[in-house]
Ligand binder design. Structure first.
Ligand SMILES: [Zn+2]
Length: 509
């Protein structure tokens, strides 16, 4: 089966969710996706025929926590419509629409672990969380709202093709008001139930978690995010934090990869490419495209290496035309196991992934907040139907980490008689990160620098300093040739971290 994904309650979370738009991957080795060989990763979906992907389901006839069967039936139907409205998914009840018996901890095996297909996808209401306890262990029912996964899928020559049965379980322990001090009414709890099944149903049809585009705010503030911020977090975020039932652009873009609806995808654009570190593909980076005119509502994210080819590939699909900026960031470390985002658990190399806006070829702007990024990062204009391909984002350091430019280097410097003269020297950063550069010359008694060492911070691309020359009459004692020709004096700049040096000659007369 596909590994189930969990939706975790925020107030109990140990882990922080992250994710990107995408189809949930299946490791065809039957192993852990983080160790899945690249040729074994598959992306099954329900088959589409006649523009519809039919998913036949039955719900548990029993109750769920404080909710009656009829309340559950109405809510399920309403929520399935939400996904149907924006995709080619078509959820239909099979038979009379109910699993033949109330599923509980003594009889769930035949429904959740059947040896052969049931003929429908079961949605199990685990009345008080005892099934979840049986499967995942004590304590699970206190923080896992539910799980969902594909159960049966076709294979051809050993390769996964299409899902034809899935399953979902909702944990009733967390839909019992006496267990939820965060809710004051059954109505609030019912709203939470709806957001839960909205999320789980997407897993049933193969949609993965998404980290969205506000992870730094989430990590800082958690549940203290403003209501406005919460309302724009994707439904497929691994943690239930958005109380609304509104699918976000990130969710809609994702479901339309596998289940496109003409009226949704028509006229949209896409960005694809790869995130690399030197020559190596980067796995588990979250790449976000923000529409600069409406960044929180019109953002779509993708995790790198979605195809398991170790090339750092990403695809940001189904973007409305407009102007976008791109951000790269790590997946939160705690999005692992059932909360995983993308096909790999966060890699051990996550710390090498910066939080940075793309600023054109091989250039990143680091540690900007969203407002700064929107105004300073490289704008990408997407027109209707445009597929921007091969966008390469290199997060690695350029081995030549800086260069020396400015008047001191590029022009003849005339010395004054009896007083100092000056020229500008610019140290220009290449690649990303901080530079701490020391400057030296063989004649420190004659040449000095206005600042030494020179620090170029994360947000600067260069720093300009002054080079001061002692008067001509002091130079002439060391360089008698100055009477009739120019003299070149080497200036060496050394990166105090990497040890890289750049030497240039200053020409004086
Ligand atoms: Zn989930």
């Amino acid at each position: 089966m596909k590994r189930p994904s969990f939706l975790v309650l925020l107030f109990f979370f140990f882990s922080i969710p992250v994710s990107a738009a995408g189809i949930l991957a299946v490791c065809n080795d039957g192993g852990d996706p983080s160790n899945c060989s690249r040729n074994s990763i598959q992306f099954p979906t329900y088959d589409i025929s006649g523009n519809r992907a039919v998913v036949e389901y039955r719900i548990d006839p029993g109750s769920l926590g404080d909710f009656s069967s009829s309340t559950l039936e109405t809510s399920v139907s309403e929520i399935l419509d939400t996904w149907e409205d924006v995709s080619s998914l078509d959820f239909q009840t099979e038979g009379n629409g109910f699993i033949p018996f109330d599923v509980n901890s003594s009889n769930y095996e035949s429904i959740l672990f059947p040896s052969s297909p049931l003929g429908y996808s079961p949605i199990v209401f685990d009345d008080n969380g005892t099934i979840l306890t049986d499967i995942l262990g004590a304590g699970a029912r206190q923080d896992i709202l539910g799980f969902a996964a594909a159960r049966f899928f076709t294979t051809r020559n050993g390769v996964v093709q299409n899902i034809f049965e899935s399953q979902s379980l909702i944990n009733g322990f967390l839909f019992t008001l006496s267990n939820r001090p965060d809710f004051t009414s059954e109505a609030d709890m019912l709203a939470n139930f709806k957001t839960t099944i909205l999320h789980e149903f997407a897993h049933m049809v193969g949609i993965d978690h998404s980290q969205g585009g506000q992870i730094e705010d989430f990590l800082d503030l958690g549940s203290r995010l403003s209501d406005e911020q919460k309302s724009t977090i994707p439904v497929m975020f691994p943690i239930a934090i958005n109380p609304t039932l509104r699918l976000q652009r990130d969710d809609i873009a994702s479901v339309n990869i596998g289940y496109p609806k003409n009226s949704v995808v028509s006229g949209t654009a896409s960005i694809s490419g790869s995130v690399i570190n030197g020559n190596d593909g980067v796995r588990t980076a979250n790449v976000i495209a923000y529409n600069i005119d409406n960044p929180l509502e019109e953002l779509v994210s993708s995790v790198t290496d979605v195809d398991g080819r170790d090339q750092g590939n990403f695809v940001i699909p189904n973007l409305t035309p407009g102007t976008y900026v791109i951000k790269v960031e790590p997946i939160a470390d705690d999005f692992v196991g059932g909360s995983v985002v993308g096909i790999h658990e966060p890699d051990s190399n996550t710390s090498s992934i910066p939080s940075a806006f793309y600023n054109g070829s091989d250039d990143l702007l680091l540690d900007l907040n969203l407002d700064q990024g929107l105004s300073q990062a490289f704008p990408i204009v997407l027109t209707a139907g445009q597929d921007l391909e091969n966008l390469t984002i290199n997060i690695g350091e350029d081995p030549k980490s800086f260069s020396l430019r400015g008047r001191a280097v590029n022009s003849l410097n005339f010395l004054n008689v009896g007083r100092r003269s000056r020229a500008n020297l610019r140290i220009v950063k290449e690649g990303t990160g901080i530079r701490l550069v020391t400057l030296s010359s063989p004649n420190p008694e004659l040449i000095s620098f206005s600042r030494n060492p020179v620090r170029i911070g994360l947000r600067r691309n260069a720093k300009r300093i002054r080079v001061s020359f002692r008067p001509f009459n002091e130079f002439i004692t060391t360089f008698p040739d100055l009477n009739n020709s120019t003299v070149e004096i080497p200036i060496t700049a050394t990166d105090t971290v990497t040890g890289d040096t750049v030497t240039t000659n200053i020409e004086i007369f």
